[in-house]
Design a binder for this molecule. Structure first.
Ligand code: ADP
Ligand code: TYD
Length: 234
């Protein structure tokens, strides 16, 4: 069974914002299409996006992050720079139109990889999170954060085994088991800090059972009963 709370209070925006998280090899990509299809079948208009990336500029930053060696704080700043552009150009406009945004990774990844993995100060990341994710609005600025995060939790040794069979590693995937153990602990820390937002998926199960958990989580939150947008009366 997934560990998942019922829906959090509806935020002051029209659309629903979901993020998918987990260490490399946890199985996120294998379930993205299923998640989008389940939501669409329930009436959502889904905008599938990813981090780092999601806009032309942020995709250029992604290429730097994945393939160029750099200082850990530089990594964190680039991840947040890409995120700001992603929010302003892609995520917020989609949410304002009432779409459901599904992002393959978001800020939890920066806490997990740059914070817990690379040792960048957690409080500095919390400050950046507030600064970068506050966007202008007609009434007052809004803090933009996912309504729900599906966290694929898998022991790092199993993830490494799966990845070894799957693909040529990028700069992050080539890291040691010790690094991914820290990254996994970073995700656990974020989940502990926001239990109402996180839905933990036990990813150490056959793929069909993982898919069932994902569905249960979406259903438990009420997302498979249709979009959360309130009706508009003339
Ligand atoms: N539940 C599972 N059991 C066994 N292998 C899996 C499972 N889920 C995914 N895989 C395999 O593990 C590898 C990594 O999965 P992927 O979805 O690419 O992970 P991620 O996107 O989290 O890095 C792929 O080869 C995929 O086919
Ligand atoms: C969003 C984000 C990703 N990353 C890393 C995690 C991943 O190793 C990598 C890209 O993620 P991902 O898209 O999951 O890689 P792939 O397409 O190979 O499955 O970027 C960070 O280090 N910090 C961040 O803030």
């Amino acid at each position: 069974m997934p560990t998942c709370h019922t829906a959090a209070p509806t935020p002051a925006r029209k659309g629903l914002f979901l993020s998918i998280e987990g260490i490399d090899g946890a199985g996120k990509s294998s379930h993205l299409a299923t998640i989008a299809q389940a939501l669409e079948a329930a009436g959502h208009t889904v905008v599938l996006t990813r981090e780092p990336g999601g806009t032309p500029l942020a995709e250029k930053i992604r290429a730097l992050l994945l393939h160029e060696g750099m200082d850990a704080r530089c990594e964190a700043l680039l991840a947040f720079a890409a995120r700001r552009q992603h929010l302003l150009e892609t995520i917020v406009p989609a949410l304002e139109q009432g779409h459901t945004v599904v992002s393959d990774r978001f800020t939890d990844a920066t806490f997990a990889y740059q914070g817990a993995g690379r040792g960048v100060d957690w409080v500095a990341l919390e400050w950046l999170e507030q600064w970068v994710q506050t966007t202008p609005a007609a009434d007052s600025p809004h803090f933009q954060s996912p309504d729900c995060t599906l966290w694929f939790d898998l022991p790092p040794a199993i993830a490494a085994e799966r990845l070894q069979k799957a693909r040529t590693p990028d700069r992050f995937e080539a890291q040691t088991l010790a690094f991914f153990t820290n990254v996994a602990a970073g995700y656990a820390r974020r989940a502990q800090q926001a239990p109402e937002r996180f839905c933990r998926i036990d990813a150490h199960q056959p793929i069909a059972q993982v898919a069932t958990q994902v569905r249960q989580c979406l259903a438990q939150r009420g997302y498979l009963s249709g979009p959360t947008t309130p009706p508009v009366y003339a």
